[in-house]
Unconditional design. Structure first.
Lengths: 179, 671, 153
């Protein structure tokens, strides 16, 4: 009995490792607490991508629960995410604001024309100043902002339908019920 | 059009892989001869379609087809053609395709060179490889299709990561993958043997050459990677113990153990279940390495954040392959006879010690690599394990390994006695201790203990192997005997000899460069000079030069040894336009005894630059060691016993006879 | 010795060996671990005083200053909630830039300045690099693979 049990050892060891690997996969880097969560969105005033004469400011985000999505045309995973955002904007009444980060203006406009525009308005952050204030580490990142303009949640990396279903919508519903 | 053909070829390869996995295997159990006979042609077809897919991707790169997303993200019309080809495996999707292509290649090679093998063995081996291929092809088609189109078509691609635009690195992944994938052969042979319940010397003899070939590639791949890191990263290190490197080093350790263990199983029929386990480990660690690198669990969370589906897919695949094979092992291994008995003092024992040490080393590295993950998962905080830990572990275990390496080849199979062994090695022991003692003298070592250890071990290895050679040639009439040996059937002995000397070369290189290397970060004004290790580096300033897809600052240095100018060094700081990132290109004046190494830091005001000026003695010996090991492997598989293609009906008996004859002479075999 | 006793002795020896090894491994590990802290945690004095640790965040724009020797640099790393001053002597990695992510390994001085032994820069602001993170040792990009991970932590 003991003799044949020892042949199980490698399998058990691997089982242990696999558990950690699995845990590692579900240890979501998106769960990083952003130091800005619970703080107001920093002041900003940036040109609108579609109408450079007009400005998008912090005030635009007030009054409704909204999403602020940081994206750029140089960002390949933003492209992967874009379809999800377009669907989201089509099926939900939650305004999505865009922050186009360190990008080329014409290219970004063409991108929206081509792939669809899920955004209520896109702020064009050419030098990346606002992104730094927001503590953006990379693109894409998505912030959930409540009615008072406070950052309530941040998701690093592309959104997926599942993520929206499991994380965003429950939070947004909760926020909507708040005063 | 071409990308669609490639995509289609992948799908066809998948369907053939499924055929290859199921029919031959089922055929061996139901004794359906026609199904068993399918294995070879299907493996050929499978490889053919993978080759087509691979060719299509290369073609897409060469024709700058930016409508393919993968090409658009990793190439650029200004990229030199060589790198367009290298860009094929420059990123995730393409390297998976390369992996699958090589797997298909190994399977086809087995189909070609296995005529002497019983049909049901070939069928099972190929079907196991088919199963692995299914995993990779599904992964590619579902989550990472390299042929995915992008619309509208970008006018220009984003260019290949500048770090990868280098001839050394262009060759590095194919070598490494050849090694990783090559271990799948030994793995498949083991699985086939576990299924059939027949583990004998023949099984070991079949797996052995394949394992050695894979090991050669892996050794070269790792050597190449280390060399690349040294000159390309601009700070002169040659090994960093980072997860990506560890991912290649662990299978190498397991593969090295496997190679030695297979020798024992072939010669003496011992260690059978241990050998099987090592074969499973070697490939499992290759897969695990892939998981760690691909899933981003360790290297980069960003990678994972992109597509958790990839991570999950690989983990499931990993569990199926490794978990499944270990389960099969737990089920069948108890019934394997333990085979050839041996005494405590015998060559088997030394090989066992060597195997255990190699495995322990691999386990430690695995632990160190996974520690950050484990800490995080247990909520103990976010940590990184510093490279000193890996160094300490390595320095603790490697000396014993080397000690056993010196004695092992001297020992007789089955039974030996201490007195005899001691007589054999005493001279070597004395010489190496004296050499180590001399090296430890303060004027040589500057008080560094590791110098003494390194020198002792190097001299020990050389001395024991010279003694071993002398013993061998005593019975064989000197030089003439050596030549006859080389022409005849004893190349595996000389292969072992050469590979072990490669280890000596590595040890001395690593010891000298780590203890006597000089690294200086300084600020220099054009026209000034600095003297390091007797070499005077004159800085003549920096000029601006354009390259094909970058612009560069080029520094100009002249190096003098006394009054003689020994080198002109022109390190560069490149800026790649498309990727918008800087890149440091070090300039190196190489030679066997020392490298002179200069790389540019940053411009500081008034034409001054911060610079790295390094003196790296004996650093080449590290890679020379790797090359010697690979050459040793090559020499040993050219041994007559392994000429697999020969008419085996006749030689089957002959080889078996040669095998038993040889066992009497302790110095004959590769150990 | 009978085979049975022999086996027992072997098992005991192996057990002792494993125990010793485990102790050695973990002590060595403990002295080589570097925990990661954010600037906020450092500001809140959560980071160890005498031990080596890592701190990561963005390099504040306009904070990079160079000493006269040209090799010692000072900058401020921030997570937009707290700032930590970092001092480093040596050559900064290729991808080090103001406004970008970086990770430094070193010790916190009594003066509240973080004295870095090593500075790693984050290589990309794109959350994608499976491409980049492919087997090809990107982790080395000026040590950036690690940085990528750490910055996001």
């Amino acid at each position: 009995m003991g003799r044949s049990l020892k042949f199980l050892i490698p399998l058990l060891l691997f089982g242990g490792i696999a558990l950690f690997l699995y845990k590692g996969l579900s240890m979501d880097p998106r769960a990083i607490p952003s130091p800005l969560i619970g703080k107001p969105v920093p002041e900003f005033s940036l040109p609108r991508l579609d109408a450079p004469g007009e400005k998008v400011t912090r005030k635009d985000l007030l009054g409704k629960v909204s999403l602020l999505n940081v994206w750029a045309t140089w960002c390949v995973s933003c492209r992967a995410e874009h379809g999800v955002l377009v669907d989201f904007a089509r099926t939900h009444k939650i305004p999505v604001y865009g922050l186009d980060w360190k990008d080329d203006e014409a290219g970004a406009q063409a991108w929206l024309e081509r792939l669809g525009n899920p955004y209520v308005a896109v702020a064009f952050d050419k030098i990346g100043r606002t992104a730094i204030d927001l503590g953006v580490y990379g693109a894409p990142e998505t912030f959930v902002i409540d009615k008072k303009g406070t950052i309530r949640h941040k998701i690093a990396g592309p959104l997926s339908p599942q993520l929206i279903e499991d994380e965003l919508l429950p939070l947004i519903n909760k926020l909507n019920q708040e005063g | 059009m071409i990308p669609e053909i490639g995509h289609l070829a992948l799908i066809l390869a998948l369907s053939l892989a499924i055929t290859q996995a199921i029919f031959p295997l089922v055929g061996t159990f139901t004794n359906t001869r026609s199904w068993v006979a399918m294995a070879r042609p299907v493996a050929w077809g499978h490889f053919l379609f993978l080759a087509i897919a691979f060719g299509c991707l290369i073609q897409s790169f060469l024709t700058d087809d930016f409508s393919v997303l993968y090409v658009a993200t990793n190439s650029n019309s200004h990229l030199p053609n060589l790198y367009k080809v290298a860009a094929v495996w420059g990123a995730h999707e393409g390297s998976l395709l390369l992996w699958a292509f090589l797997l298909g290649g190994w399977a086809a090679a087995i189909a070609l060179f296995s005529r002497g093998l019983p049909a049901h063995v070939v069928a099972r081996v190929l079907s196991v490889m088919g199963m692995i291929s299914i995993g990779f092809l599904l992964f590619m088609l579902i989550t990472s299709n390299p042929f995915e189109r992008i619309f509208p078509v970008p006018a220009e691609g984003r260019d290949l990561n500048p770090l990868l635009q280098d001839p050394g690195l262009a060759m590095h992944p194919p070598m490494l993958y050849m090694g990783y994938v090559g271990f799948s052969v030994a793995f498949s042979f083991s699985i086939a043997a576990l299924m059939g319940g027949k583990l004998d010397a023949a099984w070991a003899r079949w797996s052995r050459p394949w394992t050695i070939i894979a090991w050669i590639f892996l050794s070269l791949g790792i050597t190449l990677g280390s060399w690349w890191a040294y000159y390309e990263l601009g700070w002169g290190g040659w090994w960093f113990w980072d997860p990506v490197e560890n991912a290649s080093f662990m299978p190498w350790l397991a593969g090295t153990a496997l190679m030695h263990s297979l020798a024992v199983t072939e010669k003496r029929g011992a260690f059978k279940s241990w050998t099987v386990l090592l074969a499973l480990f070697a490939f499992s660690l290759s897969l695990l390495g892939t998981f760690l690198v691909r899933s981003g669990v360790l290297t980069s969370v960003h990678a994972f954040a992109t597509d958790p589906a990839r991570g999950v897919f690989i983990l499931i695949f990993l569990c199926l392959v490794i978990g499944g094979s270990l389960m099969l092992y737990a089920w069948r291994a108890p019934s394997i006879s333990s085979g050839g008995r041996f005494d405590f003092v015998s060559r088997e024992s030394f090989l066992l010690i060597n195997n255990l040490l190699l495995s322990v080393l691999a386990a430690l590295i695995l632990f160190g690599t996974l520690a950050p993950l484990i800490y995080d998962a247990m909520g103990w905080g976010k940590i990184s394990v510093g490279f000193p830990w890996f160094n300490t572990m390595f320095e603790m275990i490697a000396p014993f390994l080397v000690l056993a390496m010196g004695i092992g080849p001297m020992a007789r199979w089955k039974h030996d006695d201490f007195a005899h062994l001691f007589r054999q090695v005493r001279v070597a022991l004395v010489i190496s201790l004296i050499a180590g003692g001399v090296a430890l003298l303060p004027m040589f070592s500057h008080g560094k203990m590791l110098v003494g250890l390194g020198v002792t071990l190097t001299v020990w290895l050389i001395a024991t192997h010279l003694k071993n050679l002398q013993e061998r040639l005593k019975h064989k009439h000197g030089l003439k005997g050596l030549l006859r040996d080389l022409a005849g059937g004893s190349r595996s002995y000389y292969g072992m000899w050469l590979a072990h000397l490669g280890v000596a070369s590595f040890i001395i290189g690593a010891t000298v460069v780590s203890n006597y290397g000089i690294e200086k970060d300084i600020r220099m004004t054009p026209g000034s000079d600095v003297t390091i290790a007797g070499y005077r580096f004159v800085f003549d300033g920096v000029s601006k030069t354009p390259g094909p897809n970058y612009t560069a600052y080029r520094g100009h240095f002249r190096v003098f040894d006394g009054a003689n100018q020994v080198a002109v060094l022109e390190p560069e700081k490149r800026h790649y336009q498309m990727q918008g990132r800087p890149m440091t290109e070090a300039a190196i004046d190489p030679s066997l005894l020392r490298d002179l190494y200069v790389s540019l830091g940053e411009p500081i005001d008034g034409g001054d630059w911060s610079l790295r000026v390094y003196y790296k003695p004996f650093v080449r010996w590290i890679w020379l060691g790797g090359i010697l090991m690979a050459l040793g492997g090559l020499l040993s598989i050219s041994d007559r016993r392994y000429r697999i293609v020969r008419k085996l009906s006749k030689s089957e008996a002959a080889t078996r006879k040669a095998g038993t004859n040889a066992t009497g002479n302790p110095a004959t075999e590769t150990a | 010795m009978k085979p049975r006793q022999k086996r027992l002795v072997f098992a005991l020896a192996a057990l002792v060996g494993i125990a010793v090894a485990a102790v050695l491994i973990t002590t060595a590990l403990r002295s080589n671990l570097a925990y990661f802290f954010s600037p906020s945690q450092v500001a809140a004095s959560e980071a160890p005083k005498d031990a080596v640790f890592r701190v990561g965040g963005l390099v504040r724009e306009g904070s990079l200053k160079r000493d006269k020797d040209g090799l010692t640099v000072q900058f401020v790393v921030t997570d937009n909630a707290a700032d930590v001053k970092v001092k480093y002597t040596g050559i900064l990695p290729d991808l080090f830039k103001e406004g970008k992510g970086m990770v430094a390994r070193g010790k916190l001085g009594k003066d509240g300045v973080f004295y870095a032994e090593e500075v790693l820069a984050k290589h990309d602001e794109n959350y994608m690099p499976p491409e980049v993170a492919s087997s090809l040792k990107t982790a080395h990009e000026a040590g950036a693979g690690n940085a990528t991970r750490a910055v996001v932590q």
